[in-house]
Design a protein around this ligand. Structure first.
Ligand code: SF4
Length: 436
């Protein structure tokens, strides 16, 4: 069989790097995907869909689509960005770092607002890290050492399906040779999730009361008095879970949007980091956000190197400014502050409030995406591009900030551009328009 091995799955932030892909004898088609979870495998197989859109298309006011060339698409994109006073350039999380850096050059030239999906996800974690720092580690370290695993406000059984088997719960590591038998798992979640069903302890707190429970853990670590119930959890259960964590040799706390996007937001993460620091008085402890899109971490990294801030970057005044709440995508859309929208590598049509999506639909707009999505349906121009990690390689950052080079497995359909190639065309057009 024609097998490509050590393939990276560019779907979620776990970036599994052990996939094997079986190709047809001529190497042009993907026949089977081995080792990936269902969503990861679907990404590879979906790239082979017969009805895939392979050329850019413009939508008229009546919703009719007309095919255009990549040259025309690049001209339109450059025009709407140059004509706008404050274009929003959103997304960046499902593409490579190389494409992100070309996109940022465009943003700098047109004075754009650059924001990524952290704005509706782990942006509050980034703010907390800026406030208080973060004691973290790599997934490899956690796999080899962690014997106490906490999932707080996240559900990897569904959102990161191989996280538990590769890194957090089941694998045998250097100091965790008995796999899941070496570990105790604590889940904190208001819902009875599939992850919670695997846990040694499930603290089913009342929704939105994470800050109180995190504070209570810090009190319990010190052996001080708690009220009978905190966030709906009896105090004995809190003392018990606190003792379980203190008795471990290495505690890893993974947290998700249940904490970052509920009441308290970045303050929840501040105190979760404080709790991790406290635990280091008794044992070794680390904390890590469960990042969703496969390269949202890379987007924060590249924005950080280039402009000093990981999301919500305002380049409209010629220097980088950053003020989440003012320069974040939804705030800009709701306040009618942007006059063109450019989306790449994400789907705000599916994830933003409907009021923001309606604003996108009213503005000159372009969506660059290999898939048909709710965003491509409302934008004026849809530019399909090759799949990163399937039809083109590129650097991506795993959720623990480890850069991993994704690899090309098959050629894209004939004549189809990668997002980096298309962005380079747009940059050329922008420079022509600006006379530079
Ligand atoms: Fe891909 Fe994530 Fe599934 Fe791993 S867990 S195979 S990276 S979707």
């Amino acid at each position: 069989a024609n097998i490509v091995s050590d393939v990276i799955c560019t779907f979620c932030g776990t970036l599994c790097d052990d996939l094997e892909i079986e190709l047809s004898d001529d190497g042009r088609k993907i026949k089977e995907v081995y080792h990936a979870c269902a969503i990861g495998a679907e990404k590879f197989l979906h790239s082979q869909a017969e009805d895939r859109i392979t050329r850019p298309r413009m939508q008229d006011d009546d919703g009719n689509w007309t095919e255009v060339s990549y040259e025309e698409a690049a001209k339109y994109t450059a025009k709407i960005l140059c004509d706008a006073k404050k274009p929003l350039m959103y997304g960046w999380s499902s593409t490579s770092c190389e494409a992100q850096s070309v996109g940022h050059e465009i943003a700098e030239a047109v004075g754009g607002m650059v924001d990524n999906t952290a704005t509706v996800c782990h942006g509050s974690s980034l703010i907390a890290v800026q406030d208080v720092g973060i004691p973290s580690c790599t997934l490899g370290e956690a796999m080899n050492r962690a014997d106490r695993v906490v999932f707080w406000g996240c559900n990897p059984a569904h959102a990161h399906p191989r996280h538990m088997s590769r890194y957090s719960v089941y694998p045998r590591g250097f100091f965790t040779g008995k796999g899941s038998k070496s570990r105790k798992v604590v889940v904190v979640d208001p819902r009875k999730t599939d992850t919670a069903s695997l846990a040694d302890a499930h603290l089913q707190l009342e929704q939105g009361r994470d800050y109180e429970l995190l504070s209570a853990f810090r009190v319990a670590f010190r052996g001080e008095k708690l009220p009978d119930f905190v966030a709906g959890i009896p105090k004995d259960q809190i003392y018990e879970a606190a003792d379980l964590l203190k008795s471990g040799r290495f505690v890893i706390i993974y947290f998700g949007m249940g904490v970052t996007q509920s009441l308290g937001k970045n303050h929840n993460i501040d105190i979760a980091i404080g709790l991790t620091r406290d635990l280091n008085d008794y044992t070794k402890a680390a904390i890590m956000p469960m990042r969703g899109h496969y390269n949202v971490t890379g987007s924060g990294e590249v924005l950080g190197w280039q402009f000093g801030f990981p999301f919500c970057v305002d380049l409209s005044r010629g220097v980088a400014r950053y003020n989440p709440g003012e320069t974040s995508s939804n705030d800009l859309l709701i306040r009618d502050e942007v006059d063109a929208v450019f989306v790449l590598g994400s789907d705000p049509g599916a994830h933003f409030p409907i009021s923001s999506v309606k604003k996108i639909a009213q503005l000159p707009s372009v969506a660059i995406d290999p898939h048909l999505t709710p965003t491509t349906a409302v934008c004026k121009l849809h530019v399909p591009v090759a799949f990163v990690g399937v039809e083109v390689g590129g650097c991506c950052y795993r959720m623990d900030n480890v850069p991993i080079e994704s690899r090309k497995v098959v050629d894209p359909p004939e004549g189809m551009l990668t997002d980096q190639e298309f962005l380079t065309m747009v940059l050329g057009e922008v420079r022509k328009n600006k006379g530079v």
